[in-house]
Write a protein that binds this ligand. Structure first.
Ligand SMILES: Nc1ncnc2c1ncn2[C@@H]1O[C@H](COP(=O)(O)OP(=O)(O)OP(=O)(O)O)[C@@H](O)[C@H]1O
Ligand SMILES: [Mg+2]
Length: 430
């Protein structure tokens, strides 16, 4: 746009200057013609000087016309070049008009010459075609266009260079920040242009605050579970001990419901904090190789005593190690909840199968119980949602939510199904 504007301004200005210089020569020619006019015995005589036309010579061989009028009558020259009425004036009048086939610039001047008995009104007009002017203008226009174009290219190049060199440190910084691990909240130390340093400073201060608040949450989650569970366990031990010493039925019933309430609170606190931990770690997940079979084997070993109390066996089915990129603590938490459900909701004297598949990567936990309550399967993995079969088992309705969140954090999903021969199957796709 600037280049076009530049072109137009230069062209208009050049046109004005060229016109002015043509007018000036026309005026000089006019003056010398006017000077050559004399009034002798009431008649006007003009001895047309050669120089009056010679000065109008141009490289483009422009044609020159002239006319001399006494009053309204043409004395000499071209008829129709100018029309009256003529009024005396101090300065010549200029006009661009068509004459014959050509376009001409006409200058004419009317003066009153003293004579007796009355002064004579003499009008001298000189006209010139505009070929040379047009040629000059064309040359100037071409040059202006070339300059405009070069100006545009230079400006565009410089603008590109400037924006690149401004944006480059920004994108390098963005790349460096994007490459970082999820827990890397160190301040950015890359050198950046002065204009960007307020941005970097506020980014760094944000990182510092974020890092502090993340550490706080992590500590809170880790400590809270411990701090809630330990006193609850103590109260539970006391309640159980008291239960053994109390004989009255109503007191025993009260103590039993107290123990149950303690169990519920302890479970709820544990599951809530586990859920918070899963959400927290899932948001900024650490990716490292995890062998799913090893994770499941450790859980089976740990939960076998619990299973044995219910006369259940835990069977681990796996062909070989299955490795995924993920967070072992999260995966372990999810599978523990699935096994925990199988142990809670299936009848004694059965088996719980934990199968690790490699293609697709999945952990399937199947039991031999009554299966998930049909009709409720879609909502069981929502927060605090328990099934109609939960009855009076202790639980908070967060186990499947945790498993599902873990699967999603690993780009997978949780699928619930009931086996044909009975039994619930929960599949954790990772
Ligand atoms: N293996 C299973 N067999 C039958 N029903 C199940 C099984 N696993 C889960 N359910 C049903 O799904 C519901 C939701 O399970 P979830 O694990 O989310 O919560 P919960 O076990 O009730 O509580 P908690 O948070 O303590 O695990 C359970 O209440 C139960 O009704
Ligand atoms: Mg559960």
């Amino acid at each position: 746009m600037l280049a076009v504007l530049f072109y137009l301004v230069v062209r208009t200005y050049a046109q004005q200057i060229a016109q002015q210089s043509q007018d000036r020569i026309l005026e000089a020619s006019l003056t010398s013609l006017m000077d050559a006019a004399v009034v002798r015995e009431g008649a006007v005589e003009v001895d047309v000087p050669y120089a009056a036309f010679a000065m109008l010579d141009t490289a483009a061989d422009d044609r020159v016309f002239y006319a001399v009028h006494q009053g309204e009558a043409l004395l000499t020259g071209y008829d129709g070049l100018v029309d009256g009425p003529f009024e005396p004036a101090a300065r010549p009048a200029f006009q661009t008009q068509a004459f014959g086939e050509a376009e001409v610039r006409v200058a004419s001047l009317t003066q009153s010459l003293p004579a007796s008995p009355a002064p004579v009104l003499l009008t001298v007009s000189v006209a010139q075609t505009r070929d040379s002017l047009a040629g000059t203008l064309l040359a100037i226009s071409v040059n202006a266009a070339l300059f405009g174009g070069a100006f545009f290219l230079l400006a565009a190049g410089m603008a590109l260079w400037t924006s690149r060199s401004t944006v480059r440190p920004l994108s390098q910084m963005a790349e460096a920040v994007a490459r970082r691990g999820p827990r890397d909240l160190r301040p950015v130390v890359r050198p950046v242009p002065t204009e960007l340093s307020p941005l970097v400073t506020s980014l760094n201060s944000l990182m510092t605050r974020l890092s502090a608040s993340l550490t706080q949450s992590e500590t809170f989650i880790a400590e809270a579970a411990h701090r809630v569970r330990t006193p609850l366990a103590t109260v539970r031990t006391h309640a159980e001990a008291t239960l053994m010493r109390v004989d009255k039925d109503e007191n025993r019933a009260a103590l039993r419901s107290m123990i149950r309430a303690i169990d519920e609170s302890s479970r709820a606190a544990g599951q809530l904090l586990d859920h918070a931990m899963v959400t927290f770690r899932g948001d900024q997940m650490e990716q490292r190789p995890v062998d799913l079979v090893a994770v499941c084997r450790e859980l089976v070993d740990r939960l076998t005593p619990v299973a044995e109390m219910k006369d259940l066996v835990l069977v681990l089915v796996a062909k070989g190690p299955v490795e995924v990129q993920g967070d072992p603590i999260l995966i372990q938490n999810a599978v523990r909840n699935l096994i925990d459900n199988a142990l809670k909701y299936s009848p004694p004297d059965g088996a719980v199968r934990i199968e690790v598949g490699a293609d697709p990567v999945a952990i399937v936990v199947c039991d031999e119980g009554a299966g998930f309550p049909v009709g409720q399967m879609a909502e069981l993995s929502q927060r605090f949602q328990r099934g109609v079969n939960a009855g009076d088992t202790v639980g908070s309705g967060l186990g499947l939510t945790i498993a599902q969140d873990v699967a999603e954090a690993h780009g997978g999903r949780l699928e619930l199904s009931n086996a044909d021969g009975g039994g619930a199957c929960a599949t954790l796709y990772l």
